[in-house]
Design a protein around this ligand. Structure first.
Ligand SMILES: Cc1ncc(COP(=O)(O)O)c(C=O)c1O
Length: 458
């Protein structure tokens, strides 16, 4: 990547308070291995991002293997300390690739999938189907059949139509399938309206307060080839406030007790879902795995003590928090614009096609000039994407140093729900993905080519 020597068009704006250099200011949002070298170039996993951009181009998604592995270990250690035998299923929807699956298998994680596509990649990556849970409110007949044929450990049944279909398919195949029922407990997760899922008015799950959850259980218990192992809730994401887990678990514990009393049904398994938060900006603090573990474990123990229930086998489903911090999006500056008395724009070579989250959820991020990590920012500029939507803005009012054309911009905390939600909008080419570890950079997905765009056209 060569830097142009063209004079910058951005004008230095005054920044109110003194700020640290980005390598210090962003320490909590960058991957665990992030460092800067003497020249101020960002290093991740022992790899210099300027070299990575030179070898693989931009936009480039960089994943730090060490951060993924460490996060997995923290989750299992912290949850198993409070709920013996607790398991973790990574929520594939946050980002899935065979390379990631291989790491998860080695770290002792299972997977939650929501489509035939995710199931296919999970199996291709070597995940034992026994450790896969199949979710989703719109599973088709083909998808359910694929899940049954693959031998997935559990299907998390979402609604009456799915239950009827699964009953029919398992009777046809005369093969037992373990299922969990996804229950909507009617609890406010206090997160973005588009990512809250535990309220009564939700497209997900069997509503509890209306009696539909109970009716579903009765029906499932009558199905000859369905083995109902327990209940599942997922309240929303990200949950910076951890109180809603207690409310959801108390509600589901009372429901489990009711079902025992009225139908003689005893739960063996329970999942509080995912939703563990991620620190996206320097002024945020996402709770760490141990805080979720204590909150969730206490609520489960309290519910079981209160109602005289056995402690169920527990599995959690973190997605965002497992891969989010490991990922950094790397872009190149392609144009700059100063609008007097208004704003400075810096446009990069990616945007909403690889990161739809700011446009969709008003998500906020930090940004840094990846070759000036030791330089204290001196201006405020808005980082715009290159796509033909005014809403394609990646970071509003980022603190940056003076930037040259072609300079690299790093956006940390980019590992979750970005590549997973990518598109070919404006027929953009999907970015390359590189996994870094101990100075080694492994291309795990090549960049799309122009010819790839024609591949599906007949
Ligand atoms: C059922 C279920 N489990 C787990 C998750 C993962 O949530 P997060 O990525 O916030 O941990 C989701 C996210 O939507 C979900 O729907």
């Amino acid at each position: 990547m060569t830097n142009s020597t063209t004079a910058p068009t951005t004008v230095e704006a005054s920044i109110a308070a003194p700020i640290d250099s980005p390598i210090d200011a962003l320490a909590d949002v960058l991957p665990l291995t992030a460092r800067s070298n003497a020249a101020g170039v960002l290093q991740i996993g022992g790899c210099n991002v300027r070299d990575l951009a030179g070898a693989f181009g931009t936009p480039l998604y960089i994943y730090d293997e060490h951060t993924i592995r460490q996060t997995c270990r923290d989750y299992l250690r912290d949850f198993q300390a409070h709920v013996p035998g607790a398991r973790a299923h990574y929520a594939s929807k946050a980002w899935l690739s065979p390379a990631l699956v291989r790491i998860l298998v080695e770290e002792g994680f299972g997977l939650d999938v929501v489509s035939a596509g995710e199931l296919h990649v999970a199996l291709a990556g070597g995940m034992d189907p026994e450790h896969i849970g199949f979710h989703g409110n719109g599973k088709t007949r083909d998808e359910l059949q694929y899940a049954l044929d693959s031998g997935v450990g559990r299907i998390i049944v979402d609604n009456d139509d799915e239950l009827a279909l699964l009953d029919e398919l398992t009777q046809e195949g005369a093969k037992e399938q373990r299922i969990m029922l996804r229950i909507t407990p009617g609890v406010d997760a206090q997160t973005h309206a588009k990512t809250t899922t535990g309220l009564r008015d939700s497209k997900f799950g069997f509503p509890l307060p209306s009696g539909q959850a109970e009716a579903a259980l009765v029906r499932a218990l009558e199905a000859p080839f369905l083995d109902v192992t327990g209940f599942h809730i997922h309240l929303g994401s990200p949950l910076f406030n951890i109180e809603p887990y207690s409310d959801g678990i108390a509600t589901i514990g009372a429901f489990a007790a009711d079902m025992k009393e009225r139908h003689g049904y005893e739960w063996r398994e329970f999942s509080p879902g995912g939703g563990m938060a991620l620190t996206y900006t320097a002024n945020q603090v996402a709770p760490q795995a141990d805080r979720y573990a204590v909150q969730i474990a206490d609520a489960i123990h309290t519910a079981c003590d209160t109602h005289g229930l056995p402690i169920p086998d527990v599995h959690i489903e973190p997605g965002r928090s497992v891969v989010g911090r490991a990922g950094v999006a790397l872009y190149s500056v392609v144009s700059r614009k100063h609008i007097p008395d208004t704003r400075d724009y810096v446009t990069v070579d990616g945007g909403m096609a690889d990161n739809i989250r700011p446009a969709m959820y008003e998500s906020r991020y930090e940004a840094a000039a990846a070759e000036q990590m030791n330089t204290v920012p001196s201006l405020v500029a808005t980082i715009a994407g290159k796509f033909c939507e005014s809403g394609d803005v990646l970071v509003r009012d980022a603190n940056l140093p003076t930037l040259q054309l072609g300079e690299l911009i790093a956006i940390p905390a980019s590992g979750a729900y970005q590549i997973a939600m990518e598109s070919n909008y404006n027929l953009a080419l999907r970015p390359a993905i590189v996994m870094v570890n101990d100075g080694d950079a492994r291309l795990i997905r090549r960049r799309q080519t122009l010819d790839d765009l024609l591949d599906l056209e007949l």
